[in-house]
Design a protein around this ligand. Structure first.
Ligand SMILES: Cc1cc2nc3c(=O)[nH]c(=O)nc-3n(C[C@H](O)[C@H](O)[C@H](O)COP(=O)(O)O)c2cc1C
Length: 462
């Protein structure tokens, strides 16, 4: 019996429309274009590199608030360019799509930021303009400032945000999948009929958070619903992913990954979905050298330059506790654990031993995903992650486009030689590229609202 063919992995380049995304303190290096984020040129260069390098998608993170709880305020984040200033990710996409043919674009948008009726039109517009190369990273926001600036008194509670997201998705599915029939647009110049009114339907959505009559403003785009990504891995987050996500971003070691994959897939089965309909993408930061020694030297230089202050401000915002109250150089063991808030205590407990400091934890946060070595060594590690359930990876940069160039020139040929990475681009949508079909599968809840699938609504004028 011959061995099963190797699993072909997918690769996303991970970036953000700001100066400093994950690895803080590096933006001043002469070999990175982070300070040019306000201009199109570095984005067009990056998109071309990724497209030519057979990378599957560029994934753009986003936040709609400042990390403003470190030392009681936003000063460190502002000083360090730490996810602020931050520009709109969506607006970069049409320009990058114009200079590429195959690259997908997954961007982040929070369900708190925009009404789903308007957001549905943005998705359709982007899917048309990119010829079906769009993905959406669904987030529910964790920065309290985001909620306050959007007119809410405070950030809704964690699980309530996911409840809202369920309703938001329901609206989107109905607008994107069920409002316009496939044959609604006829473009019949002889009869002077662009679209048949009898094939365009209201959605009449009445949910706990949103009431949307419809119909949708846009005609059906190549994918209709963009590829749905999700990153929350709390219990409620996993439940949400199991129901809606087609791809999940995870931060985990090899053993943790296998557990998350098994858990989310088991939950997905309860929604009638197939295991292969959700792909899992851990994040990695490849640091590639011709030899291991060369890679280690690069790593040492980067580690030296990383900003602990930037890392602490980032982590404070993410966990919702001010790490500025603590001395970053004092061993964790010298604190009274029991006097700490639950969040700080939880974080302190992740340290391998009590001699670690919170500063060490901040550095680990930024370097925990480093994969350092020769192309062969990095390919070995990726193959081992694939055995634990990874379907692909998010490539997190230290310098841009340098990290991506090093991966494409160094590691990709080795992966391609092993059959683990595509060596050529093929035409099609982002969903074709990741799953081999352009639209949501029938087993996805988004497909259940389709007309003829039990979810149809009467036509607008029928
Ligand atoms: C790889 C990765 C990327 C993420 N990107 C974003 C982002 O761009 N914007 C955002 O608001 N949250 C982002 N998050 C946070 C998640 O969406 C989520 O809010 C967080 O993981 C907490 O959710 P949970 O409590 O369900 O785990 C990201 C998380 C991960 C792991």
């Amino acid at each position: 019996m011959s061995a099963a063919p190797p699993k072909r992995l997918a690769f996303n380049a991970f970036s953000m429309n700001c100066v400093s995304h994950i690895h803080h303190g590096l933006w001043g290096r002469p070999d990175t274009r982070q300070m040019e984020y306000n201009t199109l040129d570095p984005w067009l260069e990056l998109a071309r590199i990724l497209d030519k390098g057979c990378i599957d998608a560029l994934f753009l993170a986003d936040v709609v608030g400042l990390y403003d709880n470190y030392r009681g305020g936003p000063e460190t984040s502002i000083r360090e360019g730490m996810q602020v200033p931050v520009n709109d990710p969506m607006l970069l996409i049409p320009a990058m799509a114009a200079v590429t043919e195959h690259l997908g674009f997954a961007f982040t948008s929070s369900v708190l930021s925009e009404h789903p009726y308007i957001f549905a039109r943005r998705l359709s517009t982007l899917d048309h303009l990119t010829r079906g190369r769009v993905g959406w990273n669904i987030v529910t926001s964790y920065l309290p400032g985001a909620a306050r600036n959007l007119g809410l008194e405070e950030l809704p509670r964690h699980d309530d945000r996911y409840e809202r997201a369920d309703d938001y998705l329901e609206v989107l599915y109905k607008l994107l999948e069920a409002s316009w029939d496939d044959d609604a647009v006829v473009g019949d110049t002889a009869r002077g009929v662009y679209a048949e009114p009898g094939r365009v339907h209201t959605i009449d959505h009445v949910g706990p958070y949103y009431q949307v009559p419809g119909p949708h403003l846009s005609e059906p785009s190549p994918q209709r619903t963009p590829v749905l990504f999700q990153a929350g891995s709390s219990d409620r987050g996993r439940e949400f992913a199991a129901r809606h996500a087609e791809a999940m971003f995870v931060v985990s070691n090899r053993a943790g990954l296998a557990k998350i994959v098994a858990d989310v897939r088991a939950r997905a089965a309860r929604y009638g979905r197939r295991p292969e309909d959700i792909k899992f993408f851990p994040g990695i930061t490849p640091i590639v050298g011709g030899t291991e020694a060369e890679a280690r030297a690069k790593e040492a230089e980067l580690r030296e330059q990383l900003s602990i202050e930037g890392g602490l401000a980032h982590m404070s915002g993410s966990i919702g506790a001010d790490l500025g109250e603590l001395d970053p150089h004092r061993p964790i063991g010298s604190y009274d654990f029991n006097a700490m808030t639950g969040l700080l205590k939880g974080l302190a407990e992740t340290a391998p031993d009590r001699s670690w400091t919170f500063g060490d934890l901040a550095k680990r946060q930024m370097t925990g995903q480093f994969l350092v070595g020769s192309p062969e060594q990095i390919a070995d590690r990726l193959a081992s992650f694939a055995e634990a359930g990874a379907d692909g990876f998010n490539l997190v940069y230290t310098t841009t486009p340098g990290t991506f160039v090093d991966f494409i020139d160094g590691v990709a040929p080795e992966l391609q030689r092993r059959g683990l990475m595509r060596a050529e681009n093929e035409p099609g949508t982002l969903r074709d590229r990741l799953f081999g079909h352009p639209r949501l599968p029938d087993t996805h809840p988004g497909a259940h609202v389709r007309r003829g699938n039990g979810g149809g609504r009467p036509a607008v004028l029928s």
